[in-house]
Design a protein around this ligand. Structure first.
Ligand code: GNR
Ligand code: NI
Length: 167
């Protein structure tokens, strides 16, 4: 087990398009273990592999209050998006920022589990929002992209400033 370093906006690594996982082997399972440990330590309710500098289509999620219901989705494909909901989102790669984003309220998603076996999941509410947020990471997309350009530029300047002071 290991804690992984989480990239921070505007790191260009967060803009990469992640590649599908070809085989779910021991290396992938080790990465998933480390991602879960990193997500729980942060703490966060989700984490996508590109946030820890691995441009592969792997996400982990756990929205349970006790943090005892880990979900892992490899090569996730959202097959249905319905309804709409506005939720306040945060991102471990954009620390300190919480903003309202509108997303689908219900989704269906197909993926491989950490055992490599395909499954389908129907999700709504926070889980649906969280999965959409993580799948966006696999496309190099961040929740700040849904905000106005003015707001996003302000955030980017603030984060660059924080980075300079922490170096
Ligand atoms: O910890 C997280 N909380 C959160 C809250 C609302 C919507 C999405 C999220 S995901 C975020 C962790 C993260 O950055 N995942 O990529
Ligand atoms: Ni995020």
């Amino acid at each position: 087990m290991a804690l992984l370093h989480i990239l921070r906006y505007p790191d260009p690594g967060l803009r990469l398009i992640s590649a599908p996982v070809a085989t779910v082997d021991g290396e992938v399972r080790q990465l998933i273990d480390d991602m879960l440990e990193t997500m729980y330590a942060a703490p966060g309710v989700g984490l996508a592999a590109p946030q820890v500098s691995v441009a592969q289509r792997i996400i982990v999620v756990d929205i349970s209050p006790k943090g005892d219901a880990p979900l892992c989705l490899i090569n996730p494909e959202i097959t249905s998006l319905t309804g709409g909901v506005v939720m306040e989102e945060g991102c471990l790669s954009v620390p300190g920022l919480h903003e309202n984003v509108e997303r689908a309220e219900q989704i269906k998603v197909q993926a491989l589990g950490c055992d490599g076996v395909p499954f389908e999941l129907e999700a709504e509410g926070l889980l649906a929002v969280c999965i959409q947020h993580e799948v966006d990471h696999l496309e190099g997309k961040l929740f700040v992209d849904y905000l106005s350009e003015l707001k996003r530029n302000r955030i980017q300047k603030k984060m660059e400033k924080q980075r300079r002071f922490s170096m």
